[in-house]
Write a protein that binds this ligand. Structure first.
Ligand SMILES: C[S@@+](CC[C@H](N)C(=O)[O-])C[C@H]1O[C@@H](n2cnc3c(N)ncnc32)[C@H](O)[C@@H]1O
Length: 328
């Protein structure tokens, strides 16, 4: 049924309530206390250290959105609520935890500052920006890094289905988090070697390196990147403004021999067809990192400005696109 105009405004104006409720329920770890059988809401409240009535109200709101199923006075899992379990192989629990971290929610609370000035509101929390903040707050960094793995869990299969990585002998994943995408790529390309390039604090937390998977700690603004014949940057370029993005891509270009491939994997904005997922990501970048989602033409121009040519955009079954270009 088509939504009435007043319903559209009401739903958008109150969307933060459901969103905030999801953050809190993920933070409390409620999903971890439900296995196959429904659990009484009173019991869940005891196990999570919550008020029984308040937790029941929170879970009723989420159940109205299909996250948890209310069975009498108890709650059972739905496919969506199962993803909030910490031990689910595609767990997304860290993602709502990250969006609910005080630094993120404070920044989004100051969104008016960003819209008035064009500056990331995160600067009011930490003048040096998100990544400096994470280096100073280990607890938030742990949630952020786990959240990057969590948000990518649903996209990895789509990326592997859309691109043949096995034609490269060495792939460097620049700003690849804990290496979740690179590990999956290497599994699909058994003769390829991978190098994960990340900030030292992120590298320190990576599990023991696997075969064909090397670690390289550094800062892409100041350190040389490892040589490779393909470079992946997944949701890295969109974190930065145009000058910073060009600096990162120039570092890639310096490490790339002519003919090497760069693969920017992120959403590509279309200003004719407005996609709510892409526009949401773009507002997160505005408030939190100071970056933006770019159009195909903007990405092509950025890549060409630092010495890449033949930009092609490959669709994937997820909102992400693979933007491929070749070093001149
Ligand atoms: C939005 S996350 C993307 C992580 C991963 N590529 C993914 O999509 O799941 C951006 C990554 O860039 C890394 N990063 C930020 N600044 C960096 C720098 N100066 N040098 C190297 N890596 C950096 C962060 O640690 C973070 O893991």
């Amino acid at each position: 049924m088509e939504r009435q105009p007043h319903e559209t405004i009401w739903q958008l104006a109150t969307a933060t309530v459901a969103s905030r409720t999801l953050h809190v329920v993920a933070e409390l770890g409620v999903a971890d206390h439900i296995d196959e059988a429904p659990v009484l809401s009173k019991e869940l409240a005891t196990r999570c250290g919550a008020d029984a009535g308040a937790l029941d109200r929170a879970l009723m709101l989420l159940a109205a959105h299909g996250v948890f199923d209310r069975v009498g006075d108890a709650y059972a899992h739905t496919d969506a609520s199962r993803l909030l379990r910490s031990d689910h192989p595609s767990s997304m629990r860290a993602f709502p935890r990250m969006m609910g971290m005080t630094s993120f929610s404070t920044s989004l609370g100051h969104l008016e500052h960003s819209v008035r000035t064009g500056e990331p509101a995160f600067g009011l929390v930490e003048p040096d920006g998100l990544f400096a903040h994470l280096q100073r707050h280990e607890d938030e960094a742990r949630i952020f890094d786990a959240s990057m793995t969590a948000k990518a869990a649903g996209d990895t299969a789509a990326i592997l289905a859309a691109y043949d990585f096995s034609r490269f002998s060495t792939i460097a994943d620049i700003g690849g988090g804990r290496g979740h995408l690179l590990r999956a790529v290497l599994e699909a390309a058994p003769n390829t070697t991978g190098i994960l390039f990340e900030l030292p604090a992120v590298i320190d937390a990576v599990d023991t390196p696997a075969e064909r998977f090397a670690l390289h700690a550094g800062d892409f603004f100041s350190d040389a990147l490892p040589a490779a014949d393909a470079f992946i940057l997944m949701e890295v370029v969109h974190d930065w403004d145009d000058d910073q993005a060009a600096t990162i891509l120039s570092a890639v270009r310096r490490a790339a021999a002519p003919g090497a491939t760069v693969l920017i994997i992120e959403a590509v904005a279309d200003e004719e067809v407005l996609d709510p997922v892409v526009r949401t990501l773009d507002m997160i970048m505005l408030a939190i990192t100071g970056g933006r989602e770019r159009t195909a033409a903007e990405l092509d121009q950025l890549l060409a400005s630092v010495g890449f040519r033949d930009t092609r955009i490959l669709p994937t079954p997820s909102p992400l696109r693979i933007v491929e270009a070749v070093a001149v």
